[in-house]
Design a binder for this molecule. Structure first.
Ligand SMILES: *[C@@H]1O[C@H](CO)[C@@H](O)[C@H](O)[C@H]1NC(C)=O
Ligand SMILES: *[C@@H]1O[C@H](CO)[C@@H](O)[C@H](O)[C@H]1NC(C)=O
Ligand SMILES: *[C@@H]1O[C@H](CO)[C@@H](O)[C@H](O)[C@H]1NC(C)=O
Ligand SMILES: *[C@@H]1O[C@H](CO)[C@@H](O)[C@H](O)[C@H]1NC(C)=O
Ligand SMILES: *[C@@H]1O[C@H](CO)[C@@H](O)[C@H](O)[C@H]1NC(C)=O
Length: 437
């Protein structure tokens, strides 16, 4: 008897030892994997942006969503075979994940995918402006076209152009704002253009202030209105009217999807500032603080939306600030996204907060296309010297002076704005995922 129980005891100790060594090895493996990850990118593997999130996931390893993150991350490590596996898994998992939690499609990481193809080819999209066709303009590196955005805790529905056109059937889409929203329009127009048979689309992109794409078989159109303040600017008198929307607002009415942005032009100083006076309530002012002026203008826009838009009929998006890469974080010669959280934001936080608060306080629900953070990583995605100046391609001589001519605001196409549009599509599908909370 004694002998047996002693053996049993030994046996149990032995099992415990095996179990604990196994657990130890398992966590060690995860730990090593986590710490090694940044180096993998050098081998053409994948790089997971916010490393800290991985560590958090490990610390709370039992949490269901964290576990998902870990397994997904490990699955994704083999970049040569991700797209097929990841997407089929995506469709399977989508429903489960969705019911478990709201999908934050803006919280995630960029995954390098050697096999990834851009959503369209420049040669198939004849109306793309020279300002953004980096590859055609001679940009030698193309890896910037091969990064895919993945959400941290859920699967982003895969973009499907035909499905998007079905959803837009009989509808008007308007994109209103500055040249970064024009960048977004060019991307969307190309994506949809390449989803319809040739000859079944009409495009007028000749004018910088107004552009239109029409898909004949779907009776839908996507328009762009250049209107960087949303409110009215009198260019000759140099008066910015804070309480009057741009005259084109009459033509916004009736659109079923509206995408707005503003912000960059408000912060322009010195020679790039386009107004001398601001007008509000019949008074002319030249000393209104920027924040106050921006707040009044945003309210003018918000009131118009609340009065003129039926939320049951129309989806309104407001796109967040598109980050620049200047100064110490210069975009010139960059061929790889920024790692971790190293981006130092230079855009005034106060302006962002006013926009977000205005949207929160509106009657109509406005979806916040929260692309700032994910775009901050993409120091590699700007058009840099493969662009135009005053409508003309940069000359060789100008290209040799990148400090004067590199564009670190706008983005190459195909490129980053395609992801903005894919996320807009995703948020149609994941209803309610992008409200400002
Ligand atoms: C990745 O997948 C490819 C194709 O399935 C395979 O040949 C390769 O060995 C894998 N690499 C690693 C590191 O697992
Ligand atoms: C990728 O993975 C899938 C599923 O595991 C497998 O069937 C397929 O053969 C792999 N593809 C390549 C190119 O290795
Ligand atoms: C926008 O997304 C970032 C990254 O996920 C997040 O930190 C931030 O809180 C979001 N902003 C809003 C207003 O939802
Ligand atoms: C895209 O959407 C269309 C229309 O809804 C559908 O017929 C097609 O199968 C989808 N394609 C893919 C690859 O999911
Ligand atoms: C940019 O890259 C080119 C080619 O690799 C190199 O010759 C040049 O020195 C780089 N310039 C800067 C400012 O890094």
């Amino acid at each position: 008897m004694e002998a047996t129980s002693a053996t049993l005891l030994k046996h149990r100790n032995w099992s415990l030892l095996v179990l604990s060594s196994f657990l130890f090895c398992f966590f060690l493996m995860l730990y090593i994997d986590n710490n090694r990850r940044p180096n993998l990118s050098a081998l053409g593997g994948l790089w997971i942006a916010p490393i800290t999130v991985m560590s958090e996931a490990l610390a709370t390893g039992t949490d269901i969503t964290s576990t998902t993150t870990i397994s997904k991350a490990i699955v994704a490590t083999n970049s040569s075979n991700t797209s097929s596996t990841a997407t089929s898994e995506a469709t399977e998992k989508m429903e489960i994940v969705q019911t478990r939690e709201k999908c934050d499609i803006y919280n995630g990481r960029w995954v390098y995918d050697q096999k990834a193809h851009p959503m369209y080819e420049t040669s198939r999209c004849p109306f793309l402006s020279n300002q953004v066709t980096c590859r055609k303009n001679g940009r030698p590196d193309h890896d910037y076209e091969r990064w895919r955005w993945e959400a941290m805790n859920c699967e982003i529905p895969r973009f499907n152009g035909t499905d998007m056109l079905e959803r837009l059937r009989g509808k008007r889409v308007i994109i209103v704002g500055d040249s970064l929203n024009r960048n977004m329009w060019e991307s969307l127009a190309c994506i949809l253009y390449s989803s319809v048979p040739s000859g079944r689309a009409e495009v007028d992109a000749s004018n910088g202030d107004y552009k239109i794409f029409k898909a004949k078989d779907f009776d839908c159109s996507v328009e762009f209105y250049w209107n960087p303040f949303l409110v009215q600017l009198d260019k000759h008198e140099r008066i910015l009217s804070l309480d009057k929307l741009h005259v084109s607002a009459r033509r916004w009415k009736g659109a079923k999807i509206m995408v707005f942005n503003t912000g960059h032009w408000w912060t322009h100083g010195g020679k790039t500032r386009v107004w001398d006076f601001m007008q509000h309530g019949g008074k002319m002012m030249d000393d209104l603080p920027l924040e106050r002026a921006f707040q009044i203008a945003m309210k003018t826009w918000a009131d118009w939306i609340d009065r003129n838009v039926d939320p049951a009929e129309t989806t309104v998006f407001f796109r967040s600030i598109s980050p620049e890469h200047k100064g110490k974080q210069w975009c010139y010669n960059q061929t790889h996204p920024m790692k971790g959280e190293s981006y130092k934001d230079s855009f005034p936080r106060s302006i962002v907060e006013i926009a977000e608060k205005t949207i929160r306080d509106m009657k109509a629900p406005v979806k916040y296309l929260n692309i700032t953070k994910l775009s901050q990583y993409r120091i590699d995605a700007h058009s840099t010297i493969y662009t135009t100046k005053a409508g003309k391609l940069l000359t060789e001589k100008q290209r040799r002076q990148p400090e004067l001519y590199a564009d670190c605001s706008h983005w190459c196409l195909p490129g980053l704005p395609d992801t903005w549009n894919a996320l807009m599509y995703a948020s149609f599908i994941l209803e309610g995922s992008s409200d400002v909370s």
